[in-house]
Design a protein around this ligand. Structure first.
Ligand code: GLN
Length: 497
């Protein structure tokens, strides 16, 4: 048997089911490994007793004859999901020491499916950021080059999967926070259609955009996790899609069209390449592996077609109005009374609010609360917020026009490889600009993936972004899986891990 940490979800579940190892043994091995690699900054919380109790319960289910694809498999959650067994901070001092009385729906569904929680993973504060440098608990480090960022906001998740600390973990994506760190760390991640995964128990950032999704080494493992995580939860999340649960692995290994040869499983697939995703703004060391991946997909039978998403550039100002607007409203609950840190000294109520929020929130979160409050204020609402919502609708329409000509859209997930820790740290706009390729799909609410596609400068990973039309997760995973059957980018691990 391969060492436990080298096994993906499917392999590990099988080894546990066949008794080659146990869930307890796997959890202990990975807890040990987590401690060895603390310097990566991936983790925010452990509770060995809670983890081992969950693992023992999984082993008992196996002994009783139960078999499910995740039974006994250790994984972990981005610290945005509330958990009963572990503290939840959302990467913020505001929630230091907070313990939720309930589990997020995504957490409880994965537990029902038999997954065991190893701990909580680092992230940008309230998921605001794309480098994990906005975490109040310090940065996470890219295992491919530890002086570089892992991306964000699901940085800890990407690091843990890339460094073989975990076979899989959860993330959330509001404007790219699954796809971009997956790209930067060379792992596979999928953000489903808005509404597929319940937002119940996800600390809210921008409610009309927030979506949960899995990150793992392969598309096949992501499909297994998503099947357990997704599904309607309409009593607890009013934006949950009332659409039956699906088996997201159902198309894996199937040809795109019936009767296709095994050498060309993607025959009939039309991949749209938005011209705006291949312009001057993309680094040459990113474009080269993306083009090579597209050539590989052509070999597998796909046809490339040129499409246009003419409002791509507008996605940045539109997102950076809508997301802060929603954040400023969502974060009002952290007032030192209902939720969150309360300052030790204050004069009166207003002073208590001011001091508590100034101490609890980091600079990027404060910046976004101010932007959001401004764009929602009387007199500016129409000019900014309403205008942004109108353009958001047009961006979604552009995608529908593109999907009239193609089945999936492909391009880079990010314009560059991972930058150095410290770089862009004092330049919020430089960070915002780096989100250009993930924001359009987020604003439209579409499903999207990042799939490892090679390496750029400095040996840092590059991800191929795949975007599908609404509810087409199974098709996206089918395409990604076919690509991964023909390539080995997703099986490579950084040196020393
Ligand atoms: N980088 C984007 C931001 O800073 C997206 C974050 C996210 O998807 N949570 O808002």
């Amino acid at each position: 048997m391969k060492p436990i940490h080298e096994q993906g979800v499917a392999e590990l579940a099988q080894a546990i089911a066949e008794g080659q190892t146990s869930s307890v043994e796997a959890a202990q091995h990975l807890l040990e490994r987590a401690k060895q690699h603390q310097h990566l900054g991936a983790w925010l919380a452990f509770d060995e007793d809670a983890t081992l109790a969950q693992a023992k319960a999984a082993d008992a289910r196996i002994a009783a004859g139960e078999r499910t694809p995740l039974l006994g498999v250790p994984m972990a959650h981005k610290d945005i999901f509330v958990t009963r067994d572990f503290p939840t901070t959302a990467g913020s001092k505001m929630l230091e020491g907070y313990r939720s009385p309930f589990d997020a729906t995504v957490v409880s569904r994965l537990a029902q499916a038999g997954a065991v929680t190893l701990g909580k993973l680092n992230c940008d504060e309230f998921a605001m950021g794309g480098s994990n440098q906005n975490s109040a608990y310090g940065p996470a480090r890219n295992p491919w080059h530890t002086d570089h960022v892992p991306g964000g906001s699901s940085g800890g998740t990407a690091v843990a999967v890339a460094a073989r600390l975990l076979p899989a973990a959860t993330g959330t994506d509001t404007g790219g926070s699954i796809r971009q760190p997956a790209s930067f760390c060379g792992v596979t991640g999928i953000k489903p259609t808005y509404g597929r995964c319940s937002r119940y128990g996800m600390v809210a950032f921008a409610s009309s955009l927030d979506q949960a999704g899995p990150m793992a080494r392969s598309a096949a493992d992501c499909a297994t996790l998503l099947t357990a995580m997704a599904g309607p939860d309409i009593d607890r999340d009013s934006t949950s899609l009332d659409h039956p649960a699906e088996d997201y692995a159902r198309l894996l290994g199937q040809p795109w069209q019936a009767g296709a040869s095994t050498a060309q499983p993607l025959k009939g697939l039309r991949i749209g390449l938005p011209q705006e995703f291949f312009g001057d703004g993309v680094a040459a060391d990113v474009i080269a592996p993306v083009r090579a991946a597209l050539a590989e997909l052509e070999k597998l039978g796909a046809t490339l077609v040129d499409v246009s998403l003419p409002r791509t550039e507008l996605a940045i100002p539109v997102y950076y109005i809508i997301a802060p607007a929603e954040a400023s409203s969502n974060l009002s609950r952290f007032d030192g009374v209902k939720f969150g840190h309360r300052a030790a000294r204050y004069d009166d109520l207003l002073d208590m609010y001011k001091k508590s929020r100034s101490e609890g929130f980091g600079p990027e979160v404060q910046r976004r609360i101010m932007i959001g409050t401004y764009v929602l204020s009387h007199g500016y609402y129409d000019a900014y917020y309403l205008k942004a919502q109108q353009i958001r609708r047009l961006i979604a329409q552009d995608f529908q026009q593109a999907f009239a000509q193609c089945d999936v859209i492909a391009g880079p997930a990010a314009p560059t490889v991972a930058w150095k820790i410290g770089e862009k740290a004092d330049d919020p706009v430089a960070n915002y600009l780096a989100d250009i390729f993930t924001l359009p799909g987020s604003l439209a609410g579409l499903p999207g993936m990042s799939v490892p596609a090679g390496f750029g400068a400095g040996g840092l990973p590059v991800g191929l972004q795949l975007l599908g039309n609404y509810l087409k997760e199974a098709e996206l995973l089918q395409v990604a899986h076919a690509f991964q059957q023909a390539t080995d980018w997703h099986t490579q691990s950084p040196e020393g891990f």
